[in-house]
Design a protein around this ligand. Structure first.
Ligand code: PLP
Length: 390
């Protein structure tokens, strides 16, 4: 039996989404910029997707620009604003996805000033710290809607209000949030928002950047006049249509999916926390419904992941492989976890097709693997008073 608990990494493409994409490959394959009937048919399909994508976040159709995914949207939002400003200060957090962190590092190397705000032990940045970090030359605040490792939701509405009061542009990386929790760009004063279809049962390699009407953003891609001359390149019409359909489907079924995922996530969490020396990361903060990030002290989560993979269970760790060694998750480290505890942490992200039977099997397999690994672990043996079971 294969059990997929890595939906935060990517989801499968929903069959209903595939069905609406198929004609764009086979029949309506014209270039959406062409003036003939084939082109007009493709453009009509793109327009519908633009309406669906805009509706999913409470935006207007003319505020949606299609991109190749979350990474491009993040890069474009931040560099597009920074390059137009020419210089200035950017506020972000230390737990952003690399698409934001590395873009900010790049801008720093080009002379911009960047503040990477810390988070508390639950993984949240405080809105107060955002306000305190504002300088006279602050040009942009970029703070994620929900963290990809822990699922922790940031105080987006409060931050949006602060940004608006100080007349500073506010970008949010909502790649993990859109389609999973309600997102409304007007209620939360968001000026720019990144989303990606493959995180909500749409295809990979397509996303969107929302840019509030009246906000001017620099060009990211140079070339043709597509996307009102700011994002050149022939439109990925099947992908865009898939994004629109997936966004609508996700919003239409959000309440029931969230209820189902939360029920399964609670079941998984309760059972895993019954094991010795475990903790839930992000406990006490509002979180996405399907994310469960647990630390199993004294073990290497990579070993646990490998054990589970052999059993057909797909999970993930926040560790990054750099020059042959594993760097523990910077997100968990920023929340105050020790290197050992960060290394012993596993992310399980539940999706709408998971069921109770799968979760119960996963619990049983994880428990067995954790008990074996903890018994073998010298660290764990030390904590248990030097008793080591083999
Ligand atoms: N931002 C966040 C929070 C993510 O989780 C991801 C993907 O994991 C990205 C950005 C990058 O999105 P994409 O894979 O569409 O480039």
């Amino acid at each position: 039996m294969q059990i997929y608990l890595d939906h935060a990494a990517t989801t499968y493409t929903d069959k209903r989404v595939l069905e609406v994409m198929r004609p764009l490959f086979e029949e309506t394959y014209g270039n959406a910029s062409s003036l003939h009937g084939f082109g007009r048919a493709a453009e009509k399909a793109v327009m519908k997707a633009r309406e669906q994508t805009a509706a999913a976040i409470g935006a207007k159709t003319e505020e949606i620009y299609f991109t190749s995914g979350g990474t491009e949207s993040d890069n474009w939002a931040i560099k597009g604003i920074a390059e137009l400003a020419g210089k200035g200060h950017i506020i972000t957090t230390s737990v952003e996805h690399h698409a934001v962190l590395d873009t900010c590092d790049y801008l720093k190397s080009r002379g911009f000033d960047v503040t990477f705000l810390p988070v508390d032990e639950t993984g949240r940045v405080s809105a107060n710290s955002v306000e305190e970090a504002i300088q006279p030359d602050t040009i942009l605040i970029s703070i994620m809607f929900a963290n990809n490792e822990t699922g922790v939701l940031m105080p987006i509405a409060e931050i949006g209000k602060i940004a608006r009061e100080h007349d500073i542009l506010f970008h949010t990386d909502a790649v993990q949030a859109v389609g999973h929790v309600p997102v409304d760009v007007n209620e939360t004063d968001i000026d720019l928002l990144s989303m990606s279809a493959h995180k909500f049962y749409g295809p990979k390699g397509v996303g969107a950047l929302y840019v509030r009407q009246g906000v001017t953003i620099g060009r990211f891609m140079h070339g043709g006049a597509q996307e009102r001359s700011v994002r050149a390149g022939t439109l990925n019409t099947p992908g865009i249509v898939g994004l629109g359909a997936a966004a609508q489907l996700a919003v239409d079924t959000m309440t029931e999916n969230a209820r189902h995922e939360r029920m399964l996530a609670n079941r998984l969490t309760e059972s895993l926390l019954a094991l010795p020396e475990t903790r839930l990361n992000g406990a006490g903060a509002e979180r996405l419904p399907g994310h469960v990030n647990v630390t199993f002290s004294g073990i290497e989560a990579e070993a646990l992941l490998t054990f589970l993979d052999l059993e057909g269970i797909a999970v993930s760790t926040g560790s990054a492989c750099s020059s042959g060694s594993l760097k523990p998750s910077y997100v968990l480290r920023a929340m105050g976890l020790s290197i050992e505890d960060a290394r012993g942490s596993l992310r399980m992200s539940i999706g709408r097709e998971n069921n109770v039977e799968q979760i119960d099997i996963a619990i049983q397999k994880i428990k067995a693997a954790v008990e074996r690994l903890q018994a073998l672990s010298p660290l764990f043996a030390q904590r248990r008073g030097g008793k080591k079971h083999v």
